[in-house]
Design a protein around this ligand. Sequence first.
Ligand code: TXA
Ligand code: MG
Length: 316
Amino acid sequence: MRENKVNTLITNSPLEAAQILLRGGLVIFPTETVYGIGASAFDEKACRKIYEVKNRPSDNPLILHVENIASLNACGEVDERAALVFRKFSPGPITGIFKKRNQHLFTAGLNTVAVRIPSNSTAREFLEACGVPVAAPSANVSGKPSLTKLEYILEEFSGKVDCILQGDDPRIGIESTVIDFTAEPPILLRPGFVDRKDLLLILPDLRGLESLSESAATAAPRSPGLKYRHYAPACKVVLKDSLKNAPKDAAQIGFETEFGSVFAISVSSNEEYMRLLYSFFVECDRRNIAEAWCQIPKEESGKEALLNRIQKAASK
Ligand code: TXA
Ligand code: MG
């Protein structure tokens, strides 16, 4: 954590937020997936402050955010296949890992760079006003769930960052799908809202991490973030077919929540499940719940991403 308390400006002006970022400040901004905590990717000192505020391990690199495909190309070596994927799913929740083109970008010592083009309108106005790639991991303390509501951001980060930019809260709720285009064939490093089956239509040879041996899958620099525990509330998380036998003092999220439970969030689709999962975790912590029961997602888009997040939360 940064030792000195800083003055946090709360604004809905992307221009004002961009000026703070360009002067070396940290700015939290909404994206369509989760909130991000950003610094200029050309400012190593500011990028290092992100690690302090998040208590993030220093070898876990940051995703850069840019406003269009031309800027994406200026950061990394985007080949034809990757361009196809980005033309189809961007702006939106998809991140590519590329060979780094611009050596001045901060990438935690790697010669590759992760880049995405968010679709949230406030994020887009902010990035345009910045005019530089913005390095931004999810705005949460390392190991804890990513944050998806302004209310949670104000509680956790007031006095720790220079600016909080207000806009629409994330509508997707879990982090972007990450594809490593430097591997041959490309590898799906992190499942997300953009589903594997839709990616396979464009990238028929896309592999999953399950196709690699465990040591290859966690080896640096392929995916430094994978070795860290993620997304977990303080309480015990369990994944269940049915919520029927949940103890009354367990919190529940799923399609058939039981009456009488201390805290329950009922969802009707995987999309709604994704949007609410992290706020469910945050609320479990706020209410000091001992156990959180999560129902297995539906056989539809989003199942792989949801399972990935819930299993990581359950594995601590
Ligand atoms: O939706 C998202 O992607 C959100 C919003 C804020 O954009 N950001 C996000 O960032 O989830 P973060 O830092 O929490 O997750 C980034 C992941 C980490 O697992 C990191 O290790 C991986 O991407 N990553 C970043 N750069 C990489 C690189 N050059 N090679 C391999 N993995 C990389
Ligand atoms: Mg994160």
